[in-house]
Structure formats: structure tokens, C-alpha cells
Design a protein around this ligand. Structure first.
Ligand code: DGY
Length: 319
């Protein structure tokens, strides 16, 4: 008999076919996230769960699944999962690291370039029909060559963002718990403390997970230390940023621009952020390329298969 798994959101049909071939797969047939009650009901008899990053897999959901052996998150971040509750039950938790690094680094650069060169303002001007032609002072932006890119976090994605800075001629600073010597050799990046990173970065990009130490790390205090006119980019997690403080920093022209792909309370966006000047706001599409999503699915499937066949998972969250 095939092991029962539950998938919280239908994935592209070739993936669902593969899941049906391998498992007794049940899934959410509606094109929207499940409520907690529906999640609990869905996962009830499952041995494996494939979850999305916007499914809160908390103690209640885990308690509702007495047979559960693996939670395979379809994301690299896993702050939606209660690791204490899962670990306490001996449930494996896995994510999809590596396979989405390049896609997320590319999107980070899309935000950096869009902020630096005021791309949304340009698009709006042209579309509005108000463009009166070339003007010597129209939409002047930030030149990248010679500026400093600060990376908060230099894991896979942070390093991939840093590597892309080299051909653009940026100096790279990074803050990280441990030195990344190969990254330094390859890019000339320099490790710095938080204070120096904030003070010297023309562009600050966030690449750390949400922990009690990092939650709200970009707030009125840290924004006050940043260079006037700097660009803040976040493709990691919205909870790293106090959005009210960012709104104020944009409104008072302290912050040059903000490029966000993630928000503290997705899909709700701080109403003043939506109308704040000089923002580029995307709907959490860091990993959204067809190739990356295929690889994320393959990773999640491999993890479920391994664990349900008694093998250790390929990409465990607990080490
Ligand atoms: C993830 O998978 O955790 C990221 O949010 C990709 O954008």
C-alpha cells in the first residue's frame, strides 16, 4: 500500500501526477490556502505533508496528524513551521535549499536595479501619457559602480547576490556569524559588523532567516544609522523589517528607496507602504521561475520518499 501524503496546495500537473504515482496523495483542490481547520482535517491521516511557506504548521496542525513522519516545506525558509512541536514528535522537517538560490538572487538584483534606476516611476510616467520627452534632470537615479552593497547574511542567497555585484563594480560588505573565506576571495567582499554595514551601505540587502535576534532588525534605530538616501532590499522574510519605520523613513526622504518581495503579514501590506514614495513592491516571487519550482518540487518529493522509506531526508532542517 502506498503511504498517504497531503499536499496543501495543488502544484503543476506533472508534479501532481508524480505524487499520485508514488503516494496515496490527497491535496487541496481549491486555489487558495487552507484554513487551520482545513489543514488539520487534511493532514489527519497523512504520513507525509508537503506544505507551502504560507501554511502555518503549528502545534495544533501537528497534533491533528498522529501518523505524520515528515513535513516537507516547499520553500527554503521554514519559519511557518513549529520546529519544537515537530521535533518533539520526532517528525522530520525539510526545506528546499540550493535549488532556488539563483532565482532569488536574480530577483534581488531586479529590485536593486529597479530601485536604483527608478524603473516603476519611469513605467508609470510613460503609461500615464504625461511624459513630455527627454529631460536633463528626469528620474535621476543611483549609479551602482563604486557604491557599496551591504549583505545582512551571507548564506547561499546572500553570496549569490554578492557575486552578481562584481560585474556592476560595487564594493561588497557582509555581516555574518562566520567568515566566508571563499566568497571573500571570489568577490573581494569584506566581513563587517552590523554597525559598519548599516553606516557604509548604499544598498542594504537582507538574507537572514527570522529568529528572535533578527525579527524587526530593520527598525527606526537601525534606519537612523543607515546612509541617507540608501536603498533597502528584502527578499528574505517580512518579519525582519518594521514596515511602519520604513514608511516613515521613505516619507521623510531618509531612505532612498525600498524594494520588497516579502512582508510581515502577507498578503496584507502595510497600507502606508502601498502608497509610500520610491518603493518597488513584488508579491513574494523570489523563487518563481518554472525551472526553480520544478527543482523545489523534486527536492520536496525526494525528501518525502526517503523519509517514508525509512531513510534520512536529503535536505533536513535539523542538523
Ligand atoms: C523561500 O522559498 O523561502 C523564499 O521565500 C523564496 O522566495
Amino acid at each position: 500500500m502506498k503511504p498517504r501524503i497531503f499536499v496543501t496546495r495543488a502544484l503543476p500537473s506533472p508534479i501532481m501526477l508524480e505524487l499520485k504515482r508514488l503516494f496515496d496523495a490527497k491535496w487541496n483542490h481549491r486555489d487558495q490556502p487552507l484554513s487551520r481547520q482545513e489543514l488539520c482535517a487534511g493532514v489527519g491521516k497523512a504520513e507525509g505533508l508537503i506544505a507551502m511557506l504560507n501554511d502555518p504548521i503549528d502545534a495544533a496542525v501537528i497534533d491533528a496528524a498522529p501518523k505524520l513522519r515528515i513535513i516537507a516545506n516547499y520553500a527554503v525558509g521554514y519559519n511557518n513551521i513549529d520546529l519544537v512541536a515537530a521535533g518533539g514528535r520526532g517528525i522530520d522537517v525539510t526545506n528546499t535549499p540550493g535549488v532556488l538560490t539563483e532565482a532569488t538572487a536574480d530577483l534581488t538584483w531586479a529590485l536593486i536595479l529597479a530601485c536604483a534606476r527608478r524603473i516603476p516611476e519611469g513605467i508609470n510616467l510613460v503609461r500615464s501619457g504625461k511624459w513630455k520627452g527627454w529631460h536633463p534632470e528626469q528620474l535621476l537615479g543611483m549609479e551602482l559602480r563604486g557604491k557599496t552593497l551591504g549583505l545582512f547574511g551571507a548564506g547561499r542567497i546572500g553570496q549569490a547576490v554578492g557575486a552578481r555585484a562584481v560585474p556592476f563594480g560595487l564594493r561588497v560588505l557582509y555581516a555574518s556569524r562566520s567568515p566566508k573565506l571563499r566568497f571573500e576571495e571570489e568577490t573581494g567582499a569584506v566581513r563587517a559588523g552590523t554597525g559598519r554595514l548599516l553606516q557604509e551601505s548604499d544598498i542594504l540587502s537582507l538574507h537572514v532567516p527570522v529568529t528572535p535576534e533578527t525579527r524587526g532588525m530593520i527598525n527606526s534605530d537601525t534606519l537612523a544609522v543607515m546612509k541617507a538616501g540608501a536603498i533597502l532590499v528584502n527578499t528574505a522574510r517580512g518579519e525582519l523589517v518594521r514596515e511602519d519605520a520604513v514608511v516613515l523613513a521613505l516619507e521623510t526622504n531618509r531612505l532612498g528607496a525600498a524594494g520588497f518581495d516579502v512582508y510581515a503579514d502577507e498578503p496584507t501590506i502595510h497600507p502606508r507602504l502601498l502608497v509610500a514614495p520610491r518603493t518597488v513592491l513584488l508579491p513574494h516571487i523570489g523563487s518563481a521561475t518554472r525551472d526553480t519550482r520544478r527543482r523545489m518540487a523534486a527536492t520536496a518529493i525526494a525528501n518525502v520518499q526517503y523519509v517514508l522509506h525509512g531513510e534520512p531526508p536529503v535536505t533536513p532542517v535539523y542538523r
